[in-house]
Design a protein around this ligand. Structure first.
Ligand SMILES: Cc1cc2nc3c(=O)[nH]c(=O)nc-3n(C[C@H](O)[C@H](O)[C@H](O)COP(=O)(O)OP(=O)(O)OC[C@H]3O[C@@H](n4cnc5c(N)ncnc54)[C@H](O)[C@@H]3O)c2cc1C
Length: 283
C-alpha cells in the first residue's frame, strides 16, 4: 500500500547550507513527493530566502507550499506575499503562528495562527488549501489539552483545510489526538509529521525543548550506540520505519517528512516503506 507524502525544506542561510540543499534536492525530487513545503522564519526573518526557494521549486515544476508565520507579520505584508504566490500559481500554503525571537514582541496584526488563517481565507477565497499545525503531545504553551484542541478547532473554523502535526516518536500520542479530534468536531485530515531519527544528542535536546517525548528505550539504545554512526542510523531508520508502518496501517491520509534539507534518511525511509518513486508499483 502506498500513500502520498510531502517533504519539508528550510531556506538555506549560508553557502554551506545552500550546497547541502543543492545536493539533496534532486534526490528528494526523484522520490516523487506530492509537494515540498518551505519554512518561514518567525518575524519574517527568512522572508526573502523562503520566497527565493519557493520560486526555484515552482520554476522547476515541483508543487510547493510556502509556510507563513503570523508573529510580527502585518496585513499588508501578508497580502503582498499572497498576491505574489497567486501570481506564481501556488495552490497551497501553511499558516503558523511562529515563535517570537527574543526581543521582538508586540509587532504584527495576528496573535494566533487562527487569526492568520482567517485573514488568508478572506483574501484568497476558497481555492487555496491552507495547512495548519497540530501537536500530538500538546503545544508547550497550551494551558491544557482542551485549550490546545480548541486552538485547532479555531483554525478549522477560520478556514484551514488540513493539519500537519509536530513530529513525535510515540504513535499512541498521534492516535489519541486523532480520536480527540473526532470527538470534538475537528474533521481536518490529520497528517503526521515525521522526523527521520538519525542521531541522538541533537534530537534529544530539540525534543526536550519542544515538549516531545523521546521514549526512554530509544534514548538508551541510541546512547549505547554512541559514536557508531552507521549503527545509530540503522536503528533510527528501523524505529522511524515502524512508526510510519503503524500510522499507515491506522489509515493516515499522508505523511509529512521533516527532511532538514538532507536526502539520505528520507530516501532510505521511502525505500523501506515502498513510497513514491520507491514504490514497487512505480519501479
Ligand atoms: C508542521 C509544522 C510546520 C511549522 N513551520 C513553521 C515555520 O515555517 N515557521 C515558524 O516560525 N514556525 C513553524 N512551526 C512552529 C510553530 O510556529 C510553533 O510551534 C508555534 O509555537 C505555534 O504555532 P501554531 O501555528 O501552532 O500556533 P497557534 O495555533 O496560534 O497556537 C499557539 C499557542 O497558542 C494557543 N492558542 C491558540 N489560539 C488561542 C487563543 N485564541 N487563546 C489562547 N490561546 C490560544 C495554543 O494552544 C498554543 O499553545 C511549525 C510547526 C509545525 C508543526
Amino acid at each position: 500500500m502506498t500513500i502520498p507524502f510531502s517533504i519539508e525544506l528550510y531556506p538555506p542561510a549560508h553557502t554551506g547550507a545552500s550546497v547541502q540543499l543543492a545536493a539533496a534536492l534532486p534526490r528528494l525530487m526523484a522520490l516523487g513527493p506530492e509537494y515540498f513545503s518551505v519554512t518561514y522564519g518567525a518575524g519574517g526573518s527568512t522572508r526573502e530566502r523562503t520566497v527565493e526557494l519557493v520560486e526555484q521549486l515552482q520554476h522547476a515544476g515541483v508543487p510547493v507550499a510556502p509556510h507563513l508565520s503570523a508573529i510580527g507579520a502585518g496585513r499588508d505584508e501578508v497580502r503582498a506575499l499572497l498576491t505574489h504566490y497567486r501570481e506564481l500559481g501556488l495552490t497551497r500554503l501553511f499558516a503558523l503562528r511562529g515563535d517570537a525571537p527574543s526581543g521582538m514582541g508586540g509587532r504584527g496584526n495576528f496573535a494566533y495562527a487562527s487569526d492568520l488563517v482567517r485573514f488568508i481565507r478572506d483574501e484568497a477565497g476558497s481555492e487555496l488549501e491552507i495547512a495548519v499545525a497540530a501537536y500530538p503531545e500538546g503545544h508547550p504553551q497550551a494551558k491544557s489539552p482542551a485549550a490546545d484542541l480548541a486552538a485547532l478547532k479555531a483554525k478549522q473554523d477560520a478556514g484551514a483545510n488540513l493539519a500537519v502535526t509536530q513530529y513525535f516518536f510515540n504513535a499512541d500520542a498521534f492516535l489519541h489526538l486523532r480520536d480527540q479530534c473526532a470527538r470534538t468536531g475537528i474533521v481536518l485530515p490529520l497528517v503526521p509529521g515525521i522526523l527521520p531519527l538519525t542521531r541522538y544528542s541533537g534530537t534529544a535536546r530539540l525534543a526536550e525543548a519542544r515538549g516531545i517525548e523521546l521514549p526512554r528505550w530509544i534514548a538508551r539504545k541510541l546512547m549505547n550506540l554512541g559514536d557508531d554512526t552507521t549503527a545509530v542510523r540503522e536503528f533510527g531508520l528501523e524505529v522511524t520505519t515502524r512508526l510510519c508502518e503503524r500510522l499507515i496501517a491506522e489509515g493516515v491520509p499522508a505523511l509529512h517528512f521533516f527532511s532538514l534539507n538532507r536526502a539520505g534518511a528520507v530516501e532510505a525511509l521511502c525505500q523501506r516503506l515502498g513510497l513514491g518513486a520507491m514504490s514497487p508499483v512505480a519501479n
